[in-house]
Design a protein around this ligand. Structure first.
Ligand code: HEM
Length: 316
């Protein structure tokens, strides 16, 4: 018998013996097993069966698929972030590599958002959107998990209360002042929208657990520790800054453009979005969400998202 094959068999025998298993049984299994196919490996049939429009409008499928694509990218981002949080403090090498990957994913999302902004018929959108309320991308749990793993919870408090709550430690108090509540309370009476009520019912406890588990270990905590000790490399600093821009300015701005294109100045405006004032809520310069405030100077923070907003929105 070929030396290489004999060597492998010996190694396999040792591997299985270590857990009390018989190599022969596994070889029999190999003889029986079918070849793996591409479609089974990536679960293609399941994947392609997940698009279930609620209307007969052609463009609703585009809307569903692009949301699904985005959620998969969010999952890839969390796939990088979660081990970093668990390993805190992660090494600079691991942080740099993973944050660069996340930036690539968000870069792909930023550049592909035209699929939404320009890629659907507006009249169709306004019609099929009515069959989807009160569902909204606002209810993306993964998007919030990315934020909760990246920023100190105090930095996710709504801008109006952020300075006052800079030293607050109570997770419940902070979550009760989180910025996104403003995006889902009714303009007329300050009541929570059904979108928010359902969102909290599904994810309230999950977010609380995430906030508690990542306390002191978020990307921001890790970046700050390196920054203050003078050890933050330029490469990692640039990667963190790019990540801040992608998640908190560039992606939100592309997203905002789609809201402007489809929803602005429409008589159905409020109805299609459940009664929230998204024009005042969505733009990055109003939210000023910044994961790593210590990596930006005062002027950069003051003008957060502004130059980009001017550039994109003036084109509308
Ligand atoms: C034509 C396309 C889209 C339009 C018109 C649109 C519109 C809106 C509006 C108006 C809001 C504010 C909350 C509300 O009133 O419901 C919102 C929030 C949100 N949407 Fe979209 N959206 C679009 C596509 C997407 C896509 C593809 C995603 C990807 C998952 C997404 C994710 C989100 C997220 C995460 C929020 C919360 C943002 C925040 O809290 O700052 N949206 N969207």
């Amino acid at each position: 018998m070929d030396d290489a094959i004999e060597g492998r068999l010996k190694a396999l025998k040792e591997k299985y013996a270590a857990s009390g298993q018989e190599l022969l049984d596994f070889l029999d299994g190999l003889l029986e097993a079918d070849y793996l196919t591409y479609w089974d490996y990536i679960r293609l049939d399941s994947l392609l069966s997940l698009q279930q429009p609620r209307t007969s409008h052609h463009d609703e499928s585009i809307f569903i698929m692009y949301h699904q694509i985005t959620e998969l990218y969010f999952k890839m981002v969390l796939h990088e972030l979660d081990p970093l949080i668990e390993a805190a403090p992660a090494s600079q090498e691991a942080l740099t590599e993973s944050i660069r990957r996340c930036n690539r994913y968000f870069g792909a999302l930023e550049h592909s958002f035209g699929v939404m902004v320009d890629g659907m018929d507006r009249a169709q959108f306004l019609r099929f959107r009515m069959a989807l309320i009160p569902a909204s991308g606002f209810q993306s749990g993964q998007y919030r998990m990315i934020e909760l793993g990246s920023a100190k919870l105090n930095d996710l408090v709504h801008l109006d209360q952020r300075a006052a709550m800079a030293d607050e430690k109570d997770v419940d108090i902070l979550l009760n002042a989180i910025y996104w509540l403003r995006g889902a309370t009714l303009e007329k009476d300050g009541q929570k929208t059904l979108t928010l009520v359902q969102f909290e019912k599904k994810y309230g406890e999950v977010f609380k657990k995430r906030a508690q588990q990542s306390r002191g270990k978020t990307l921001s905590d890790q970046a700050k520790q390196l920054f203050e000790s003078g050890h933050l490399s330029d490469d990692l600093k640039n990667a963190f800054r790019a990540f801040d821009q992608y998640v908190n300015v560039l992606w939100p701005l592309q997203h905002y453009r789609s809201a402007v294109r489809y929803l602005a100045k429409q008589p159905t405006d409020a109805r299609a979005t459940g009664g929230t004032n998204w024009q005042k809520y969505l733009p990055p310069r109003f939210q000023k969400r910044i994961f790593f405030p210590f990596l930006w100077d005062e002027k950069e923070q003051e003008e957060w998202g502004k130059s980009f907003v001017d550039r994109y929105v003036s084109e509308e």
